[in-house]
Design a protein around this ligand. Sequence first.
Ligand SMILES: NC(=O)C1=CN([C@@H]2O[C@H](COP(=O)(O)OP(=O)(O)OC[C@H]3O[C@@H](n4cnc5c(N)ncnc54)[C@H](OP(=O)(O)O)[C@@H]3O)[C@@H](O)[C@H]2O)C=CC1
Ligand SMILES: O=C1O[C@H](COP(=O)(O)O)[C@@H](O)[C@H](O)[C@H]1O
Length: 498
Amino acid sequence: MKKPENHILVIFGASGDLTKRKLIPALFCLYKQNLLPEKFAVLGASRTPLSDEDFRAKTDEFLPNEGTEEFKKMLFYEPVSPTEPDDFGKLKSRLEILGSERNMDPNYIFYLSTPPSVYEIIAKNLADQRLSKSEEYFRRLIIEKPFGTDLGSARKLNRDLLHYFEENQVYRIDHYLGKESVQNMLVTRFANGIFEPLWNRNFVERVEVTSAESLGVEERGGYYEHSGALRDMLQNHLLQLVGFVAMEPPVVIEADAIRNEIVKVFQSLRPISEEEVEKFVIRGQYIASTIKGEKVKGYREEPGVDPHSRTETFVAMKFYIDNWRWGGVPFYIRTGKKLPARVTEIVIHFKQVPHHLFNHAGMPGPVDNQLVIRIQPDEGILLKFRMKTPGAGFQAQTVNMDFHYSDLADIRLPSAYERLLLDSMQGDATLYSRGDAVEEAWRFVQPILSAWENNPHIPVYGYPAGTWGPEGSDKLIEDGQWRYPCKNLSDDGTYCEL
Ligand SMILES: NC(=O)C1=CN([C@@H]2O[C@H](COP(=O)(O)OP(=O)(O)OC[C@H]3O[C@@H](n4cnc5c(N)ncnc54)[C@H](OP(=O)(O)O)[C@@H]3O)[C@@H](O)[C@H]2O)C=CC1
Ligand SMILES: O=C1O[C@H](COP(=O)(O)O)[C@@H](O)[C@H](O)[C@H]1O
């Protein structure tokens, strides 16, 4: 693979969690694979006063004990407050010094790993120093989610950023798109002749997307209280997965071609009105329970969480995509914390046969064929179909054809951040969200946010930690049930209303 052009990566918010836990380890993996540019430097920039050495030492926790010395020589630090214009003058001088010491072109990527409240001011201060645009060199801006907290703020954020940078310079990270198995969906669908003819309303009964986490909110209660599962996971990661499942074949595998198709899917999402929210959307919050004899905290007992909180830690919904391919096919999506397993998967349920030849006395009823795309863990694809049970008569049973990525010898799955960072260095925005798609996704979820805000009577159902969420989520699916990759873990699998 061709190495990216020489550049300096500036990370704002470099003293924070994401930098040490994800970004620096991802850069180290790229370094080990010899995928970083010939000449490259990382300049950490945040308010905490740190020296280069302090910054390097801070990265130790998530790097291997040995073999990192050469890599760490590429890490530098400059104290910068996003709101201090003078600091950006110093940042510019530091970039020039680093560039001339290393004989590098002034290509820059600015990674905003700060709270979103300072995205605009950082962009402005960069622009004021003439660091945002250049005729000759590349200037890119990577931003972390959340891209706004509702439709209005998302539109404002886009407008604000596009005041200083062009859309093709802005890389909005949705780390789900960096997952190998998500990208494989494109290959599975469009590099095989067997799936695409069936991938439509004529053969598909319903589509299910689950992203379950076994962890709770851990130390992020303060952030999560103002976010909840709808904003944190559904508006972005889950809808992006829907985009990949439902999109039309792009003309070419290029950023704009793929992103155009994803936007079209989002534009075709049938709007759910505020009045319909109760019918189509179920929210829940985990409550204390006992899992395998051990007491587990409820969400309201977590640090940073209001003891009367009504923030949802679980959301499930049903919706339709009103277009030629998917007209009338229900889509069901759900996500939640403190569920029985960490699993993200997409299930395509195919329609049953029109006449049940083998459905006579003593035989189990017809079962739909399912294609399960396992995003994580144990990435792979599973096809469930019926086979004759060996022996007399015509007994049928469901069997699995099961591919696991781990069966591919010598294949290491790169982390999402590794892939996405490398893509941004190559100038490839295919796996980054485009502004219009982000706004369309907010447009779709906005009535849900408004309904919850305006109608406190809409229930937040409690579900015991370690179970699959509120009972109502099962009732969303009229003819069938969610695929449960494992059973409830809670000893107390009862439901209640908060
Ligand atoms: N951590 C994660 O796993 C994920 C994080 N994200 C997103 O990434 C971004 C960074 O997250 P994370 O690293 O966890 O956050 P942290 O709070 O750990 O770090 C953010 C850094 O930004 C700086 N900062 C904090 N508040 C301000 C402020 N008001 N003005 C200027 N700088 C500030 C701080 O550095 P200093 O005080 O030194 O300036 C801090 O170290 C956020 O947008 C988050 O939503 C997205 C997905 C996952
Ligand atoms: O963006 C987020 O994603 C994580 C889940 O990511 P995964 O790669 O572990 O599936 C989630 O825990 C977090 O709340 C959310 O902000």
